[in-house]
Each structure stands twice: as C-alpha cells, then as structure tokens.
Write a protein of this length. Structure first.
Length: 353
C-alpha cells in the first residue's frame, strides 16, 4: 500500500484553519463533521484533500493533535501540544483560538522586521547599482580624456581612475566571490554550532540590530511559554518548546539548560544566577513569577513588552540608517563631481599659464 503524500500548508492557511475550526467546535459540531464542512466550502484541491484526511482520521477516534501530526508537518510540536491539552481538558475551541492568536502575533512580528528592513535594503541595492553604473559605464567614457591630457590630474580624479579600472578588471569577479563567500559562511554557520554562536555574539553587539534580534527571540519564547503554561503544560516541557521556538542558538541552549536544571529541583532564580544570558528585566520578572506562582502573568507581560519593544526598534532602524545611507550616497556623488570637474580647472590653469 502506497504511503499517503504529506500535505504542507502555509502560515496563513494554518491561521485560517484554526479560526474556522474554533468557531465550528464552539458550536458543538463533531470534529469529523467540522472538517467535512471545511472540505465542502474550500475550492483548493490540496486543502480539500487535507480536510478529507482529517475528517476520516478524527471519525475513527484519533485525536485532533495526532491527526494533524500524521497528516501535515506544518504545525510545530508546541502547537500540537497546546491542541492536545485543549482536547484533554475539554477546552478545544479555546486552545485553537488561543493558538490562532499566537500565530497571528508571530506573523505580525515577522512582518514588522521585514518592513523595517525593506527601506535600508532597497536603498543599499539602489546605491550599489548607481555606483556600478557610474564606474562601469560613465567614468570609462570620461576619464580617458583627462588621462590623455599633459597635465597632472588631481587626487580625486586619480582615485576615480584607479577605482574604475579595478572594478572593470576584477570588480564583478570580486563581487561574485564575495557573494559566494557570504553564502558559504552562512551555510557553515548553520551547520557548525560554534561558528553560529560566534556570529550571534557579534550580532548582539551591533547597535539596533542586536536589540531587534534579542527582542524578537524573547518575544517568540515568551509567547510559547505563555501558550503552553496556560494550556497546562509543565514548566520543563514549556522551556523545551521555547528553545525550539527561539531562532538564535544562544537562547536555545539556555532554555534547554534551564529545563534540565529544573528537572533536578533547582529553582529558576538559581538557574538564572549561574549564567547571565538573558537581560535583567526578563530574569527578574520570570524569577518573581516563579516564586509567587504568577509565572503565566509574567511571561504574558514579557511577550507584550518585547513585541512593543520590537515595534519601537524596527521603526528606529529606518530612522538611524536613512541619514547614514544619504551620507554615503552624498560622498560618492561628491567624489565623482570633484573628480570630473577638478581636471577642467587644472586644464584651464595650465592653458592660461
């Protein structure tokens, strides 16, 4: 018998599934009937096939979390744990609704980062394109005229000649080599933990960018902790899930270490004191929440705090980079202008002399 093909669904499709499923489950419609309804109202063949399989699986008595795990790998492990705990506590509609809200918040966070990076990236590419156009097409037609004159060329013009000749001879090759080298470094960083950790430490020391990376990671981790703890998961399992949700390996390793220490009966406060990886505010609030029995409220507050902090930093990124890019563009234009105009004055002075 052929193995059924795994169906992958996008983030938007997962959010839509959870939204509609939460509404139908709340209306006390059996799970297999919910998926039949979703199958009938959907026009996409791939999603219809997914809903059909989920309907058949849940009709045989398989839980929703196990059905999703079997049918589609698109849901993360901690997402399935939230659904499973909702089923065990007979609060499935609340779990699916809470999970939908969490996924939407994560999507919004990523969109903010992409939006904040769009302007600097676009401006940088335009600047690079203008520079290549000037040095490859404009200057090679102008500078040879000045070079043929029997006058000493100004320093700015000699610099332009040198840059133009260098870029023409090896510039594009160097650019290709730089791009391939960067791709190789990123690949090695992904495969070699030590290299990845070193690059992350460098990232943390870059103004604004380091704070954005830290806020994004802690927001994601706090969101997962809030989701699982609220669903009834143990702290150790929640910390392991937070490790999987953290993009940076520095935080991944620390959440795993915390989970292992807590298993041996060590309090969070003592665990945090052993290694200073997290910011002081995160440590203080989580330790206080663990000590007073209000950990869910603490991580919920931290999740919202880091979301707002990320929003503030992402807006500030464009504000910081815009003048820097303008200065770079101005210097390039100024150099070209001086390098082209200066020889004309030198020639005029030579003729009058």
């Amino acid at each position: 018998m052929n193995k059924e093909k795994i169906i992958r669904i996008s983030e938007n499709e997962r959010i839509s599934l959870l939204r509609e499923l939460s509404f139908l489950v709340r209306a006390d419609i059996p799970l297999h009937e919910c998926f039949k309804i979703l199958e009938n109202q959907n026009s996409k063949k791939r999603l219809r096939a997914l809903y059909n399989r989920l309907s058949l699986a849940t009709e045989t008595g398989l839980s929703l979390s196990r059905s999703l795990k079997k049918t589609s790998p698109s849901f993360a492990t901690h997402d399935l744990e939230i659904i499973a705990m909702g089923e065990e506590s007979a609060n499935l509609w609340q779990s699916t609704e809470f999970l939908r809200e969490s996924l939407e918040r994560k999507r919004t966070l990523r969109q903010k980062i992409v939006s904040a990076s769009f302007y600097p990236a676009t401006a940088g590419l335009v600047t690079l394109g203008v520079c290549l156009f000037i040095f490859l097409y404009v200057l090679p037609k102008i500078l040879p005229v000045f070079q043929s004159l029997s006058v000493e060329l100004p320093a700015a013009t000699r610099l332009l000649l040198f840059l133009s000749q260098t870029i023409q001879s090896a510039g594009l090759l160097s650019l290709a080599a730089f791009t391939l080298g960067l791709m190789l470094i990123l690949y090695i960083a992904k495969k070699v933990p030590l290299v990845r950790e070193s690059m992350e430490k460098v990232l943390f020391h870059i103004p604004v960018a380091g704070m954005i990376a830290q806020s994004y990671n802690l927001s994601q981790a706090s969101m997962v902790l809030q989701s699982l703890l609220k669903s009834g998961a143990t702290l150790t399992d929640s910390l392991l899930a937070a490790a999987k949700a953290s993009p940076l390996s520095v935080f991944q390793k620390e959440f795993i270490r915390l989970s292992e220490k807590i298993t041996h009966g060590i309090s969070l406060e003592k665990c945090f004191a052993e290694k200073k990886v997290f910011p002081a505010q995160f440590v203080s609030l989580v330790s206080l929440g663990d000590r007073t029995g209000s950990l869910i409220e603490s991580v919920s507050f931290l999740s919202e705090y880091y979301e707002k902090e990320l929003d503030r930093l992402s807006k500030g990124l464009s504000t910081v980079l815009e003048p820097v890019l303008m200065i770079i563009i101005g210097l390039i234009v100024g150099l070209v202008a001086v390098g082209v105009v200066s020889p004309m004055y030198s020639l005029t002075s030579h003729l009058h002399g």
